[in-house]
Design a protein around this ligand. Sequence first.
Ligand code: ZN
Ligand code: ZN
Length: 355
Amino acid sequence: MLAYTYIKQGKFELIEKPKPELKDTRDAIVRVTLSSICTSDLHIKHGGVPRAVPGVTIGHEMVGVVEQTGADVTLVKPGDRVVVNVETFCGKCFFCQHGYVNNCIDPNGGWALGCRIDGGQTEYVRVPYADQGLSLIPETVTDEQALFVGDILATGFWAARISEITEEDTVLIIGAGPTGICTLLSVMLKNPQCIIVCEKAEERIHFVREHYPQVEVVTPEKCKDFVLQKSAHGGADVVLEVAGGEETFRLAWECARPNAIVTIVALYDRPQILPLPDMYGKNLIFKTGGVDGCDCVTILHLIEEGKIDTTPLITHRFPLDRIEEAYRLFENKEDGVIKVAVTEKAAVTESVNQK
Ligand SMILES: [Zn+2]
Ligand SMILES: [Zn+2]
């Protein structure tokens, strides 16, 4: 089968590999029907993820059909359509039991697929702990609707969940990339009084204005003043930082009102400084971390009910055998790309731009 593989730093290649086999009674083999490319894949390519193993198949956002299950898998059976969770977790350890699945103590716990073990930019993938790592897709939900449930949408949903948002709040979301939009969609479910999105890229500003006219959009230069204007207590009640830059980190705590919650969703490529003397007396609550991806079933139901729709994020489609082209486009941010859907190899041969 074809597998898009991490060869060495700076190089991915589509190569032939044997079809994966069950290794454990809790494994499942899934035929990948749709996958996507994530910025984290690019981090692997450029050496930003030291734990990534050369030779590994890339890809951790995917949906598919269960092909085979181990003897101890009870939740899914061959033929079921499923979302694959970005995180591998045992479901039994202290952290899993408390919903902190990102910190599962299993040697393959956390983000393993497409990083430390073979992932989903291929034809078949082995999913460990299938009862935890797979969620059934409701019949009326399409593959495209479910594509981001296991990764970026799980992230946005988790971020909104831990941010303790109330209906009186002014919420600032910094960054309107794919994860920023997923965060926005999840924040919208909490019905805060005002949502402000801070973004500098013109195309992304346009995207937010076009799809979510009820949301305020502001550029980073004007953000602080704008937030002050829109909030009753000297800043945002909740800030979600999804951009991952030095300036945006600073902006996050600067725009927060005293005693606000600042949730750091972004993944930074270097340490950030918390200037505690400048922040003294603001008494902020910081929440940081990687997604605890344990809400996939809830999210799939919200999609089924029409409350979350991430399909506008899919701007381009490529079959697996043309994944190199998809990467080039995604990496160079060409043609207004937001997210690429990678279909099975024999399927669509034309890339469709839905802009
Ligand atoms: Zn990702
Ligand atoms: Zn665990």
